[in-house]
Design a protein around this ligand. Structure first.
Ligand code: B12
Length: 212
């Protein structure tokens, strides 16, 4: 890993937002591929933060400042990730399910979907099932993208899908789910159409679900 990438990784891991923003800008100025900066440096940095939290080296405040650094760096990367000549591919409503405040991964998925030509409505975090239902009722929605990082909020994916079913909206939609505790089998069990483990996979899955 070159010096700039190493500095970016360290800045996110240690939660120094200013340094992270500077390093990501430097990497872009040096001509680095935005997708590679994200995949090979920024996502692994957040994985390392998770590892440190898990083994007790980091606590909630450290996790939070790392998340802020990640967000600032992502804000700089965003225009590069969504640039490109793309035609409309479908309409997606995305959100992190009720009880869950994690949004970095969901934001990334939204960015990449936009980059791939999808029109994305992001409902944010801690989104109640009724909010998804309301958004779908507005019409024209092809896909729902649900995110949840906590084992405890995973069931809310199912509750959300059940709410869509109860309103007779589920059959008209593709439903994709993502993040750590999910896999293909679980996705099927909770009534979703598919799972992807990263933002690039989310784009491929979205395309498959809308037949693009
Ligand atoms: C940053 C972070 C936080 C930040 C979140 C800030 C924010 N704005 O998002 C803060 C500090 C707020 C936080 C809080 C908590 N956290 Co936290 N957090 C993390 C951490 C370190 C990184 C998550 C992250 O951003 N990863 C980077 C992104 C890029 O990856 P990603 O989220 O996996 O997303 C990718 C894929 O999953 C996929 N994807 C994501 N969404 C979707 C959606 C679709 C449709 C598809 C197809 C794909 C997809 O694509 C994404 C991009 O490639 C993880 C550890 C980890 N390694 O995951 C713990 C982690 C998720 N947190 C954890 C915990 C326990 C908590 C707290 C309960 C701690 C506490 N005691 O209060 C609270 C819960 C708050 C709440 N109600 O939500 C645990 C969860 C354990 C579990 N299995 O339930 C983890 C795993 C840490 C650990 N190892 O113990 N956290």
């Amino acid at each position: 890993m070159d010096e700039v990438r190493a500095a970016l990784k360290k800045a996110i891991e240690e939660g120094v937002a200013k340094e992270a923003a500077k390093a990501v800008q430097q990497a872009l100025d040096d001509g680095a591929d935005p997708g590679s900066i994200l995949r090979d440096v920024m996502v692994p940095a957040m994985d390392e933060v998770g590892r440190r939290y898990e083994c007790g080296d980091y606590f909630l405040p450290e996790m939070l400042i790392s998340a802020r650094a990640m967000k600032e760096a992502l804000a700089i990367l965003r225009p590069k990730l969504i640039a490109g000549d793309v035609k409309p591919a479908g309409k997606v409503v995305a959100g992190t399910v009720k009880g869950d405040l994690h949004d970095i991964g969901k934001n990334l998925v939204c960015m990449m979907l936009e980059g791939a030509g999808f029109e994305v409505t992001d409902l944010g975090v801690d989104v109640a099932p009724e909010k998804f239902v309301d958004a779908v009722r507005q019409g024209g929605v092809n896909l729902i993208a649900l995110s949840a990082l906590l084992t405890t909020t995973l069931p809310n994916m199912k509750v959300t899908i059940e709410s869509l079913k109860a309103q007779g909206l589920r059959d008209k939609l593709g439903v994709m789910v993502g993040v750590a505790p999910v896999n293909d089998k679980l996705a099927t069990e909770i009534g979703a159409d598919g799972y992807a483990e990263d933002a690039a996979g989310a784009v491929a899955l979205a395309r498959r679900l809308v037949g693009a």
